[in-house]
Design a protein around this ligand. Sequence first.
Ligand code: F6P
Length: 547
Amino acid sequence: MADHTLPSQRPAWAALKAHYGALRDRHLRDLFAADPGRGTRYTADAVGLFLDYSKNRATDETLKLLFALAGECGLKGRIASMFSGAKINVTEGRAVLHTALRAPKDAVITVDGKNVVPDVHAVLDAMSAFAERVRSGAWKGHTGKPIKTVVNIGIGGSDLGPVMANEALRFYAKRDLNFRFLSNVDGTDFAETVRDLDPAETLFIVCSKTFTTQETMTNAESARAWSLAALKDAASVAKHFVAVSTNAAEVAKFGIDTANMFGFWDWVGGRYSMDSAVGLSTVLALGGDQFRELLAGFRAMDEHFRTAPLDRNLPVIMGLLSVWYSSFFGAETVAVLPYDQYLKRFPAYLQQLTMESNGKRVTLGGASVDYQTGSVYWGEPGTNGQHSFYQLIHQGTKLIPCDFVAFCKSLNPVGRHHDLLTANVFAQAEALAFGKTADEVRADQAKAKKVDEALVPHKTFPGNRPSNVLLVDKLTPFALGTLVALYEHIVFTQGAIWDIGSFDQWGVELGKVLATQIVKELEGAPEPERHDPSTNALIARYRAARK
Ligand code: F6P
């Protein structure tokens, strides 16, 4: 029987609560003054990522208690369970094996008695071979022209990872192949995606784990109609549509040759799938070898997470600290601030990964939690965010832990740009932690001979705002793999401590069911009112406006 004692009932939780009372009012200035060594001691280095977590509101005692909590919650055993292929997604009765997607060829990972690794590599090989044909121009469209534009049609996990990777690794991509990503059921997304494309040179990837998602199938049908209207031959579908899915029957029903289907498995969650066949657009952009580099990065972080002692384990350290802020300080959000323009979609990608995973209010055993769980993850690349929302992080009333991601080397060295960029990362983390006292503001005023006591409170920075700084050599496919896997395992660590099911997503169902019903009421003959008064009135108003 699994032990579903609420973490809040565990001794380490109680100790952390008491410790929080003692630490709450201590300033990072004091913590650094009392222990200057923390600036280099609270660091960890693995697989090319250097983490400075010294600017967190934590001491040796905090860390000791957090690791004790991890022990009491069985974190190590849970990690081993995930990697072993145990069905830890209990509400769906599934294994959670995105780690198998990047396992080496000779690994053996069994699900229901079958080693899944050979199938993973067979799909990888098929993706690489297909990508090579498209990239070289050997794959021809129906009229004999090579493919110029690839449109990935998908949503959620079948979109966000591919979009993010396409941006993040653009530097390494084949530039004469264009990529677009069609996700929203809003017809505008479809219209703007295809408006200047030539159907004879366009390849659609219909990317859907289930191949039943309303948005994706609606877009795929519109794309097929658009393509057929120009190419005028049902046989053209085989040349212009390929599928990524776990559902061969639905793929065939749609009219795509299952020979052009790249499969994956129910043990890959949508938001953990960018390194499965869902990454087909990434393989097309980068080629098979560089995609394998990305996978190697994921794998390196997997191995680190699986084997490193908890106190040197990056995802564990970051995961536990985020639990500390969420469940003890009551912090509601985490800002992820990549200082690299190529990572501009990284925060959006993390939103699904973190919030669809840990936006849960009952434990695995079904009990209501009595503590805060998943945080709201958000962010924008620096330095743009500094001129937008950083004000609130510095001087607002909310506690917002920040993750800064920075690179030592630029992929596009231009003049002093990179030093300026990086100076801003370090400056922001320093300003958040240490702030500026009222006396320091007064001293500045005195120096400038502009004493104005009324301005002092406005110019004071309280500081004591925590952050992590992740420093990476440079953005490569390998480095991106390590970063994504880092956050996957942070999410796992959080979920393990909170004892929640990080791998299901029942919360997305109700809206889908209601929308399926409501669309009939919008389009069909008037029906008796069946909703709440607000929804009934909105439906009536829309119908009247559409007449
Ligand atoms: O609605 C949520 C969701 O199920 C996500 O978890 C998933 O990534 C997305 O929809 C897309 O699903 P599919 O790949 O099956 O189209």
